[in-house]
Design a binder for this molecule. Structure first.
Ligand code: FAD
Length: 412
């Protein structure tokens, strides 16, 4: 039977970042990933400025940038069903002359592979093609996982700590008997990639809401094309049948600005479908196990905050596990601390995402809201972008002055 001090299930951003932090702390870390990398993942491919801050804290941003050559994301253009729209930047750092805050638009198969390479560089072991299907326990304590790989068949791996970083449909979460209530938001997403070079654009991602559907467009690094993400009500899933690409192409006719680009470049043959997304988790920590990233709860992709949540969660998970390994008698405290961080974060970000979801699902309300945000470059638009860019706390949106102050003059 093989073993590791920490077994991490899933090699996405949550798993890779947890592995980097713990391996750097000198821990024996094993990442078990069911896919073979590089693998695609349904995502809008936009790491917001808060995610970049996390990558800097992790000490990998400088190495990843020249490798990935991401398209720099300055902000978002958002359009309501009646055609009213606003475009806002994430803003600048705290001091007046600070550089603009940027995000990265980068294809997930490239970002995730690069992050997992960093985990290996830091000393973590990675096993690809290993699918975990259960956790093992000694009494109430989790003490390992059971999985299967093509080469070795079924295998049990012992661990002092198991991290469930296995995404939205986490097996670890299910095996820990964490009940996730039925999703209240019933939507699915189709994600495709457009060939060509769209990197000459001004660095704004685009979001358009029309007829109950939402379409995102993000130019990626030079030569890497662009991401098209379409979110539709789950009821439309039946119409997809076996032809996700055909469905996406025909649905994009409702978004002529995006459909026009489809006439200029080819859509990748593979279109990914996923959903529903709304997974709420009450308990992310257990004796011997933590849930991180999407496995610890997710709401909706509209604001593009999932990568940040995964990286932040990884930072907290590494702190908690390191503290518990160093001083086992303080384990309960470390687990409580971790659960508090996750719950606080999820309550604030998912709470805001719920409000935004309520607005975008009411066309008249969304149009009125966007009209308010489109007055010049309003303070409210800028603040909203800072919050969804994970640069400011959602509670700062409750400041009435943000909504009453006159628009700012546009900055360069
Ligand atoms: C349509 C859509 C668009 C989105 N757009 C954005 C965006 O633009 N910006 C943003 O920040 N966020 C976005 N998100 C959210 C973001 O993609 C996720 O929040 C993020 O990927 C979470 O990272 P993670 O590491 O927790 O999970 P994942 O990235 O899902 O990684 C989980 C890993 O675990 C592996 N795994 C799963 N099960 C097992 C198993 N049993 N055994 C072994 N390995 C396993 C998987 O293969 C995978 O590699 C979007 C989400 C969706 C659905």
């Amino acid at each position: 039977m093989s073993s590791a001090e920490v077994v991490i299930v899933g090699g996405g951003p949550a798993g890779a970042a947890t592995a980097i932090a713990l391996a750097r702390a000198g821990r024996d870390v094993l990442v078990l990933e069911r896919s073979r990398f590089p693998r695609d993942k349904p995502c809008g491919d936009c790491a917001n400025p808060g995610s970049l801050e996390e990558l800097r804290r992790l000490g990998v941003a400088e190495r990843l940038e020249p490798l990935l050559r991401p398209h720099e994301l300055r902000g978002w253009y958002v359009e309501a069903p009646d055609g009213s729209a606003f475009r806002a930047e994430f803003g600048r750092g705290r001091s007046g002359d600070a550089a603009p805050q940027l995000g990265w638009a980068v294809r997930r198969r490239d970002l995730d592979r690069a992050l997992l390479n960093e985990a290996e560089r830091a000393g973590a072991r990675v096993r690809f093609g290993f699918r975990v299907f259960d956790v093992t326990r000694r009494g109430k304590r989790v003490c390992g996982v059971v999985g299967r790989s093509g080469a070795y068949g079924e295998e049990t791996i012992r661990a002092s700590w198991v991290v469930g970083a296995d995404g939205l449909r986490s097996v670890v979460r299910r095996r820990l008997s964490v009940k996730a209530p039925q999703p209240r938001v019933k939507k699915i997403a189709l994600v495709g990639h457009l060939a060509g070079d769209w990197s000459g654009s001004a660095g704004f991602g685009e979001l358009r809401v029309r007829d109950g559907r939402c379409c995102g467009f993000a130019p990626l690094a030079s030569g890497a094309g662009a991401n098209i993400t379409l979110v539709v009500p789950q009821a439309e899933a039946k119409q997809i049948g076996g032809d996700a690409r055909g469905f996406l192409q025909s649905a994009l006719n409702g978004f002529p600005e995006v459909a026009a680009r489809l006439r200029l470049a080819a859509l990748d043959p593979r279109v990914m479908v996923t959903g529903p997304f709304d997974v709420s988790v009450r308990r992310p920590s257990f004796a011997g196990a933590l849930l991180v990233g999407d496995a610890a709860g997710y709401f909706d992709p509209f604001t593009g905050q999932g990568i940040n949540q995964a990286l932040r969660g990884a930072r907290w998970a590494a702190v908690a596990i390191e503290a518990a390994l160093r001083e086992p008698r303080r384990e309960r405290r470390a687990l409580r601390w971790y659960a508090l961080q996750v719950r606080r974060h999820n309550a604030a970000t998912h709470g805001l995402q719920r409000v935004i979801d309520a607005v975008i699902s009411r066309p008249a309300l969304m149009s009125a809201f966007i009209r308010v945000l489109s007055r010049g470059e309003s303070q409210a638009a800028r603040r909203l972008l800072r919050v969804t860019g994970d640069l400011a706390d959602p509670v700062t949106l409750l400041d009435p002055l943000v909504w009453l102050r006159p628009p700012l003059r546009a900055t360069g």
